[in-house]
Design a protein around this ligand. Structure first.
Ligand code: ADP
Length: 296
């Protein structure tokens, strides 16, 4: 089995404000193999950004386990957290202004993280140039962000994010401000970086096109993983995620059709498990016909 780069188990994040508590993540389990491209999808307020911030070392979990590239994110000192941010993760945000410093050329933008991480001076310029060539911006290295198109800025942002050779790239709606043609170009570049550098990528998105361009989409609902779709499968079928302690979320569309009303009977049927609304499980005496349909 391939190496797991990101693993969370029972991850909890509670925000406390005055006398109010918001449980943004309520026991989230996630495993991401090295080299995977993963989309995190789900309604607004589900906990996607909270998860991304924790994985990015910008926020700390309240409880549970969270490991990235062998680093335990629940036990980092402030200094270790800073090192983690500089070496293990690269970030691309939706707002291009957050990704690039407007006063610096593209080349200098890529060099800055290398300076902070203590890269030898002799290597910085060569590596920055190579990275900008890799993302197709070779002819633009001396341009400042304002002279670049939105797509070029996001490609530049990728070069900055990858400056320190992080094994994990985190992207929050990276194509959110781009038209669909440019968005496809950025997605194609992400795929190429994944192939060429073995880069593991986690993207938060509302956009189906972006999610479908990833290997797998995991939906987050109410602070937990709910369903997933593996796009590499021939028929990309939606499946529910059963977490480490056996919890699952029934997809909303099904829940609306079946009257579970808070409780259900779980029936083990030999090779599968059935959920029955209370009082409707057929008894063996009825020949397997639900009690409300028994004929005499
Ligand atoms: P998503 O990215 O899926 O839209 P978020 O992770 O931003 O969801 O938010 C999850 C929940 O946590 C929401 O209820 C949100 O209001 C709450 N939340 C997020 N950040 C904070 C914060 N800094 N303080 C208090 N509550 C927060």
């Amino acid at each position: 089995m391939s190496e797991i780069l990101v693993e969370t188990h029972n991850l909890v994040r509670i925000y406390k404000a005055a006398d109010l508590e918001v449980v943004a993540l309520q026991g989230l389990d996630l495993r991401v193999p090295r080299g995977e491209m993963l989309a995190l999808v789900g309604p607004s307020g589900a906990g996607k950004s909270t998860l991304l911030n924790i994985l990015g070392g910008l926020d700390a979990p309240s409880a549970g386990r969270c490991e990235v590239a062998g680093v335990d994110l629940t036990r980092l000192s402030a200094k270790e957290r800073l090192l983690y941010r500089r070496r293990i993760v690269g970030h691309v945000w939706q707002q291009t202004s957050r990704n690039l410093l407007s006063d610096l050329t593209l080349l200098d933008n890529v060099i800055v993280p290398m300076v902070l991480a203590g890269y030898p001076t002799s290597k910085r310029k060569r590596r920055a140039t190579q990275l900008l060539e890799l993302v197709g911006l070779g002819p633009r290295i001396h341009h400042k962000p304002e002279r670049l198109s939105g797509g070029e800025q996001q490609r530049g942002a990728l070069a900055v994010a990858l400056a320190n050779e992080p094994p994990l790239l985190l992207a929050d709606e990276p194509t959110g401000e781009l038209d669909s043609v440019t968005a496809r170009e950025v997605l194609a570049l992400l795929r190429r970086l994944n192939h060429e550098l073995g880069l593991t990528t986690i993207v938060v998105t509302h956009d189906h096109m972006v999610a479908e361009a990833m290997d797998r989409s995991v939906a987050i609902r109410d602070g937990r993983t709910s369903t997933e779709v593996v796009h590499a499968d021939e028929e990309a079928e939606e499946t529910v995620i059963i977490d480490g302690v056996g919890r699952l979320q029934i997809p909303k569309a099904i829940l609306e059709q079946v009257p579970f009303k808070g409780r259900a009977v779980v029936h083990f049927a030999g090779d599968h498990v059935e959920l029955w609304p209370v009082g409707t499980l057929p008894s063996p005496a009825s020949g397997g016909v639900p009690p409300n349909q028994v004929r005499r």
